[in-house]
Design a protein. Structure first.
Length: 353
């Protein structure tokens, strides 16, 4: 099929004007559809492996381009996660992973691996209406390199220099995006309801809630005073690495400032979200930090309601964090959500904007 140079120029201009990673990826998919006349684009996101599991791949976004529909799959489900080492892993996807610098094609499909920090980050699977040619492979490679370069610039501006986590100024934008997504979900009532009705509602909405956790390293000043700031920074780095290995790729991880961290967790039930946070607390407690030894963290945890502001949610989670500290530290406390604290945020130790 003939390439469309003016569409490609417009696409490059659109890509480089965006400052949101999700919007950037969707824009890339739409641009490729216009250039190559595609029917569908699937984005497989990498889920990093832990000490007990290998890295997996799962479709996170799909552009059904015939009607412009965008579908998102936030949840990691074992039955839908693909292991790149398994025999039934798609040969075309495996081929693209084995050679990260080239695009791979079979008939009406065209696949390329997108990288971040020189590591596989997203597999983009283009499904077209026509046979792909060698010039199409080269065009896809060029477009995705522009995406990767711009993503690197975004990452530099969005991340904390020391830990590599998202920085504080990015939190407001991600929170607003989540509030927009949550507006499309059924609201969770906080009034009095019969126990049976409440149980049924919670069951129906098991995957429909976002959560925020505020975490603080216990006695961090003592660590800096006793061992020095070099080892204090090492503790921050290791905490960040444990966070990245413990939470899902759809969760947003922030260094809020100093020894404080924030997690915005994608839709799931409260029990699953609490288990993930509690499991992380235990992992930190069981880790031996160089020179320092044992380090613990205290955590405040809350559900996000509809149409909230960030200062309210942070205040609620910070009050729960204060309870964790007051009750002996190294604990997770869930903040109760009711009509009173929904409209009257508690100002805790976190400096709000």
């Amino acid at each position: 099929m003939p390439l469309k140079p003016f569409i490609m120029l417009d696409a490059m201009a659109d890509l480089t004007s965006l400052d949101d990673r999700d919007a950037l990826l969707i824009s890339l998919g739409i641009s490729l559809q216009e250039i190559f006349d595609l029917e569908r684009v699937d984005f497989y996101h990498c889920r990093p492996g832990t000490e007990h599991s290998q890295a997996g791949w799962q479709i996170k976004k799909t552009l059904s381009l015939s009607n412009g529909e965008i579908q998102q799959a936030w949840q990691w489900r074992a039955q839908n996660t693909l292991n790149s080492d398994s025999d039934d892993f798609d040969p075309l996807l495996k081929s693209a992973l084995s050679d990260l610098n080239t695009a791979e094609s079979i008939h009406f499909r065209l696949v390329r691996t997108l990288k971040m920090n020189d590591q596989p980050h997203v597999l983009i699977d283009c499904q077209g209406k026509h046979l792909f040619k060698q010039t199409d492979l080269r065009a896809l490679q060029g477009m995705t390199r522009i995406y990767e370069n711009h993503l690197s610039l975004l990452k530099y501006s969005e991340t904390d220099t020391l830990t590599g986590l998202l920085n504080r100024k990015t939190l407001e934008r991600q929170f607003q995006k989540i509030m927009g997504l949550q507006e499309k979900m059924p609201a969770i009532s906080i009034g009095d309801t019969p126990a049976e009705e409440d149980s049924n509602r919670r069951s129906q909405q098991e995957d429909d809630s976002y959560f925020l956790a505020v975490m603080d390293i216990d006695h961090f000043k003592r660590i800096n005073d006793q061992f020095g700031h070099i080892y204090g920074d090492e503790v921050l780095l290791l905490i960040a690495q444990l966070m990245q290995a413990s939470f899902r790729s759809g969760d947003y991880l922030f260094r809020f400032g100093g020894e404080e961290f924030v997690i915005l967790m994608g839709p799931q039930g409260e029990s699953n979200a609490f288990f993930a946070v509690e499991r992380f607390r235990e992992k930190v407690e069981q880790t031996t930090f160089p020179q320092v030894g044992q380090v613990t963290i205290s955590i405040g945890f809350t559900r996000l309601l509809h149409s909230e502001v960030l200062s309210t949610v942070l205040g609620r989670a910070d009050e729960a964090l204060y309870q964790s500290k007051s009750n002996g530290r190294n604990k997770v406390t869930i903040a109760p959500v009711d009509a009173l604290n929904l409209h009257h945020p508690v100002n805790g130790s976190i400096e709000l904007f």
